[in-house]
Write a protein of this length. Structure first.
Ligand SMILES: CC(C)(COP(=O)(O)OP(=O)(O)OC[C@H]1O[C@@H](n2cnc3c(N)ncnc32)[C@H](O)[C@@H]1OP(=O)(O)O)[C@@H](O)C(=O)NCCC(=O)NCCS
Length: 157
């Protein structure tokens, strides 16, 4: 199966993404497959070579070493099995090697994302801000970040 079809399966099976969000995820995937300039991709595969999850990130324009994690999803049947954290560690290592400073991940305050917020916190991400009512009434934008490197003179977070 082509990665893109498998990706649709993975995104749908999470049960948290609306069809319009899946469309955006696929747009970023297509753009990332075309050029790694703005959107970069990483897949995680099982021992049979089947795609089990992916991450999409890119440099945040206008920042000194800032990156945004745009998407991360793991097949629902494999949640809690370590694929997501293995992928995050690999992305962070790759970015550190490139001199990246900060990785920002955003999610929603809805209950269905409670495990996602735990996932970020377990991975060393710190909630830095919330934009109340951003996605919808009673649905805040929750902004996490992780310091990947500390620049000279910068206070350790
Ligand atoms: C968030 C997500 C990518 C994590 O991937 P994962 O492979 O399930 O994560 P891991 O197995 O590495 O779990 C690490 C931590 O995530 C949390 N977690 C998230 N979902 C979990 C689940 N279904 N079961 C158990 N732990 C879960 C736990 O805190 C876990 O820590 P622990 O293993 O020390 O208990 C995955 O759950 C997912 O695809 N969620 C739906 C999509 C989503 O919310 N994406 C982010 C959009 S902003």
């Amino acid at each position: 199966m082509h990665h893109r079809e498998r990706l649709v399966e993975i995104l749908e099976a999470t049960g948290v993404f609306a069809p319009s969000e899946i469309d955006v995820a696929l747009e970023l995937f297509d753009e990332g497959m075309r050029s790694a300039e703005s959107y970069e991709l990483m897949g995680v595969f099982d021992e049979h070579g089947a795609l089990q999850g992916y991450a999409c990130w890119g440099p945040t324009p206008g920042t000194d070493g800032g990156y945004d994690l745009y998407w991360i999803a793991v097949d629902a049947r494999a949640h809690g099995g370590g694929y997501g954290s293995a992928m995050m560690r690999a992305v962070e290592e790759l970015l550190r090697g490139r001199g990246a400073r900060l990785l920002v991940a955003e999610t929603s305050s809805r209950d269905v994302y409670a495990q996602t917020r735990d996932f970020y916190e377990r991975g060393g991400y710190v909630e830095r801000a919330r934009v109340r009512g951003f996605y919808a009434v009673d649905d805040d934008r929750v902004i996490f970040s992780k310091q990947l490197a500390v620049r000279a003179g910068e206070e350790t977070p």
